[in-house]
Design a protein around this ligand. Sequence first.
Ligand SMILES: Nc1ncnc2c1ncn2[C@@H]1O[C@H](COP(=O)(O)OP(=O)(O)O)[C@@H](O)[C@H]1O
Ligand SMILES: [Mg+2]
Length: 163
Amino acid sequence: MSTIHIENESEETTESIAQVLARRLVGGDLLILSGDLGAGKTFFTRALLYELGLEREQRVPSPTFTLIHEYEVRLHVLHADLYRLSDSDEVRHLGMRERREQGALLVVEWGRPYAAELGADAVYLDFQLAPRKLVMSADGPRSTQLLSSHGQDWVKMGATYDG
Ligand SMILES: Nc1ncnc2c1ncn2[C@@H]1O[C@H](COP(=O)(O)OP(=O)(O)O)[C@@H](O)[C@H]1O
Ligand SMILES: [Mg+2]
């Protein structure tokens, strides 16, 4: 499927994108977040969790050192950061794929090399800096459906399509 490009120079735009996705996410979905340090992966996840019902006073720390944080909101959410891992066995041992099969939503920073271990069929959110831009794509039936069902919302945000 094509890639969707949205300029997200403002934090509010990143929050709007999280809002649109949050409405349609179901248990078992997989979001893989990539982009350089400071590009907004954790900021996006925080916005998504608040949309899914997390209380505003709850903190959403980066899981860089702890690997996985869990949240019980509208969905059971696992927020992971795999930056510090270096091979697929380590990822497999975290058991995230099994948790996903049991209905958890996975939001995984630096997860792109481990898509297979996470069970594939992912929505990819690639956060680019200078200028800030979000490039979204999907690689399986569920994730393709999830992104394309938002067509009108993305267009309203000024999205352009590639391919
Ligand atoms: N448009 C934007 N979208 C997301 N974050 C933004 C934006 N503009 C500024 N920021 C800031 O950039 C930083 C992104 O940091 P973070 O989400 O931790 O990055 P990452 O997890 O990708 O390393 C935050 O301090 C956030 O406030
Ligand atoms: Mg981060």
